[in-house]
Design a protein around this ligand. Structure first.
Ligand code: NAG
Ligand code: NAG
Ligand code: NAG
Ligand code: NAG
Ligand code: NAG
Ligand code: NAG
Ligand code: NAG
Ligand code: NAG
Ligand code: NAG
Ligand code: NAG
Length: 737
């Protein structure tokens, strides 16, 4: 990790949580050929095939690799939930293997990087809500992350019975790692770790956000003080540590899916991803989640931290719940007091209690042998003369992780940056991010006095009435691979979240402080909120399909304000998660295995490719091809080539009645964008006689052109029976780069 984050002093604190792909560096074998780890994906297991897949994999390799190379280069087999293996190959061997019968895809194993208290109350999941504790304690959440800290109070098993009977997993936590009736399973995969023990805090944070027990009076040095708790505190956790010191190898991530599915988890949570979206059959997470879906397991994944640019979303498969990050009503702010008494407000999670120190601008403490003034103003480490910096508070023209200030002996740092102003980060020394305008005020104060001083105060919580808004770093749509599927699906709290932490983790880069609870921001923090909401729904409806649970979460989401979220649906999908509503959605848009198969045919896969991943004899229909628009998705999105041409699009959808026996739903449409579109729904009334009855309808969206500025038009469709409101976003766009 250190190498990666050292890479640039322009690195932003958020990078600590960002999920980035770094191309795996070539590893050389004994002969010196360039070999990389490839995943050889062979689709579903055939019936009766499970017994000796490793030998099947090895005999395939015999045709491609010299015998002496096989043991050295074989990495692992996948054989519990789907078929495939990982192996080190050179380019030539890769080509040969790719052409073999039964191979769906061969792709390099990329290295993926890892991407409360108040948040649950904010989304309405208070301690007082209705729960079914016995059913909740039957829900097993598989957390694929960087491990977990089993001794955290959040994972105590006081009051828990033995694991649910259906559990087939194991506790192979490694180095003195003990499971209990809360953490019922543990496995690790990286050849660099010997344990499921969390060494950086990320996995402990996400797992406790999902299912941590209530821990009272939790805080980060008194900041964000309150009860810390997971969304489903009675649920069980199975922790799969898929990461090593440099990140999370896709070959290990896929192995964890292979196990988690076979172990019998109910929901999978994965706050990990790539930096660039890829096709479904060359992405370990999309492949693993597909097989999970086939076994009735919903996968919830973080959208990525590459916003605010559009088309940065990396979680794109329709069988995954893709989660954007939004703010909660508690913002953590900080203040700096200048020597003249002026108080400037900014952002940081600063636990240090301050005092006045001399203030110096980077340009004034420059090491002229190394740098010019403008670079010193940015406070690059080599530009600063540490003799001049020591004992002072630095003013810098950019946001950093505070590394240079810390290393040169500064006692505090003011960093000016207008971007990334919607969340706060911890730093290894008293630090505050201020707006550029505020920095000008600091500069003019410095000009006005001989001995300028500043005092950076300890952070405090502030009420943020603009919440929820999607945070800047949250990756945006449109979906670059299947632009007819809206992504992200939903937004959930992911800013300034307090949750349990590993005592081995560092509070910030270059930090010696060790804490039991830490405040983090990232789509990594949003994903576990959605996972817990899905688990909460599952505890009321244990037999619902993954798509029904996902539909319930999406169609009951709170509408978000498009004015405050310029990318609108591409930022928040169906809206802001509302778990309490989601247990009683009225209607669900269900997508079954066969529907996903049709979808794959409709995006151009042939029967052979489809069969290999479906594991059955399903085939793509002959003749007229359908379109991805036909998928019974809870949102309705169509990509059109040109924004200034008339369009007319039909979405056919089927809803299942899961509300009340005799119910009549009426439709209404709300146009949410300033564009000229017409929407009709046929029929506009759906009368259900019984539960689980299906009814279909067609939504026709037409218009003369899209909004020229945003290249999109959006609306929402609501079905209401007076009790339930079932809302779906409708988006027509030409917004691909
Ligand atoms: C691991 O085991 C050693 C020796 O038994 C013990 O001293 C140590 O505290 C244990 N570590 C944790 C984190 O439990
Ligand atoms: C772990 O595996 C990767 C990929 O095979 C390899 O590059 C790396 O050197 C291995 N690390 C150790 C510590 O064995
Ligand atoms: C709550 O936590 C704070 C900060 O850790 C501590 O100062 C305080 O004494 C605690 N209060 C209670 C009632 O335990
Ligand atoms: C300062 O130095 C940097 C790096 O050498 C250079 O790119 C930049 O143009 C210089 N700026 C000025 C104002 O001279
Ligand atoms: C501070 O003084 C310097 C040098 O006199 C000048 O260049 C700069 O514009 C002044 N800055 C402000 C904010 O007043
Ligand atoms: C913030 O203000 C809103 C509206 O005034 C209130 O409902 C909410 O409880 C407040 N939140 C906090 C954390 O004080
Ligand atoms: C949406 O946000 C804008 C800008 O903050 C505000 O004027 C408007 O009232 C909000 N709309 C709703 C429905 O809250
Ligand atoms: C497909 O598989 C099913 C069950 O395995 C079998 O009954 C059916 O005959 C097969 N159909 C074709 C066309 O092979
Ligand atoms: C949409 O469906 C209507 C019937 O509901 C049909 O008349 C029309 O041709 C269809 N339009 C397209 C673009 O498929
Ligand atoms: C709005 O759409 C209608 C029907 O498609 C069209 O006749 C009209 O010219 C459009 N108006 C504008 C301002 O684009």
């Amino acid at each position: 990790m250190a190498n990666f984050f050292h890479a640039s002093s322009f690195s932003h604190p958020l990078l600590l949580l960002v999920l980035l792909i770094v191309a795996l560096s070539n590893s050389c074998d004994a002969v010196g050929e360039d070999r990389k780890v490839y995943i050889v994906y062979m689709g579903a297991l055939s019936k009766g095939e499970e017994y000796s897949l490793t030998s099947q994999h090895l005999s395939m390799l015999e045709e491609v690799l010299e015998d002496s190379h096989i043991t050295d280069n074989f990495v692992r087999s996948y054989q519990r939930s789907f078929n495939g293996f990982a192996v080190k190959l050179n380019e030539q061997e890769k080509q040969k293997l790719a052409s073999k019968e039964g191979v769906v895809s061969v792709f390099p194993s990329k290295t993926l990087q890892l991407h409360t208290t108040r948040s649950w109350d904010f989304i309405g999941l208070s301690t007082a809500i209705k729960r079914i504790p016995t059913a909740e304690s039957d829900v097993i959440v598989g957390v694929l992350d960087g491990g977990i800290w089993p001794e955290s109070e959040s994972f105590s098993d006081e009051g828990f019975g033995p694991p649910p009977k259906k559990w087939k997993g194991a506790c192979k936590g490694g180095n003195n790692f003990t499971c209990n009736n809360k953490i019922i399973g543990a496995r690790f995969y990286s050849n660099e770790s010997d344990s499921v023990r969390d060494t950086d805090g990320h996995g402990t944070h996400t797992a406790s956000t999902i299912a941590g027990n209530l821990v009272s009076n939790a805080s980060f040095y008194g900041i964000a003080q309150g009860n810390a708790r997971g969304g489903v505190p009675s649920a069980r956790i199975a922790a799969y540590n898929v990461c090593g010191s440099k990140g999370c190898a896709e070959s290990d991530v896929l192995a964890a899916f292979d196990d988690a599915i076979a172990d019998g988890v109910d929901i999978i949570s994965i706050s990990i991803g790539t930096s660039i979206a890829g096709d479904f059959d060359i992405e370990a997470i999309a492949i693993g989640a597909f097989h999970a879906m086939q076994k009735g397991i919903l996968t919830s994944q973080s959208a990525g931290n590459s916003g605010p640019d559009t088309q940065t979303i990396i979680s794109i498969a329709p069988w995954i719940l893709s989660v954007a990050a939004s703010t909660i009503d508690r913002h953590i702010i900080d203040k700096v007091v200048l020597g003249d008494g002026k108080v400037l407000k900014g952002n940081s999670i600063n636990s240090f209690t301050g005092t006045y120190h001399p203030l110096a601008y980077g340009k004034e403490v420059l090491n002229p042998a190394e740098c010019n003034e403008s670079w010193a103003g940015l406070c690059l480490q080599r530009c600063l003369d540490s003799d001049l910096v020591k004992g002072k508070v630095l003013l810098c023209d950019q946001l950093s992780m505070g590394e240079a200030a810390k290393k040169t002996g500064a006692l505090g740092v003011l960093m000016s940056e207008d971007k990334h102003f919607d969340y706060s980060s911890p730093y290894p020394l008293p630090a505050i991010q201020i707006k550029k305008q505020a920095a000008e005020e600091v500069k003019s104060y410095m000009n006005s006095t001989k001995n300028p001083t500043a005092n950076i105060l300890k952070s405090e919580a502030e009420n943020d009435s603009s919440a929820p808004t999607v945070v800047s770093f949250s990756s945006r749509g449109p979906n670059p691979i299947t632009p007819d599927i809206l992504k992200p699906d939903i937004s959930a709290p992911g800013v300034n979240i307090l949750a349990a932490f590993s005592p081995l983790g560092s509070v910030s880069f270059l930090d010696e402080r060790k804490v039991k609870f830490n405040i983090l921001s990232g789509t990594s923090m949003a994903c576990p909120h959605a996972t817990a909401a899905a688990a909460y729904v599952k505890s009321f409806h244990p037999n619902w399909s993954p798509s029904a649970i996902k539909s319930a979460l999406m169609t009951t989401a709170w509408p978000m304000n498009a004015t405050r979220n310029p990318d609108a649906e591409f930022a928040y999908g169906a809206g802001h998660i509302n778990p309490v509503k989601a247990i009683n959605p009225g209607l669900v848009y269900e997508i079954l295995n066969d529907d996903y198969i049709k979808f794959l045919c409709n995006i151009g896969w042939d029967t052979k490719r489809v069969r290999s991943i479906s594991g059955d004899n399903s085939s793509c229909p002959q003749g007229t091809k359908g379109t991805p628009l036909d998928l019974n998705y809870p949102s309705m999105t169509a990509y059109v080539q040109q924004k200034d041409k008339p369009f007319a699009i039909n979405f056919t959808r089927t809803v299942k009645n899961v509300g009340s026996e005799n119910s009549i739903y009426k439709t209404s449409v709300i146009i949410t964008s300033h564009s000229n579109i017409t929407i009709s729904v046929k029929p506009s009334v759906l009368s259900f006689k019984s539960l689980n009855e299906d009814k279909s309808f067609v939504v026709t969206v037409s218009g003369s052109k899209l909004n020229p500025k945003t290249s999109m038009a959006s609306a929402s469709l609501e079905w209401s029976d007076g009790t339930h409101t079932v809302r779906s976003p409708i988006v027509v766009h030409s917004a691909l780069i």
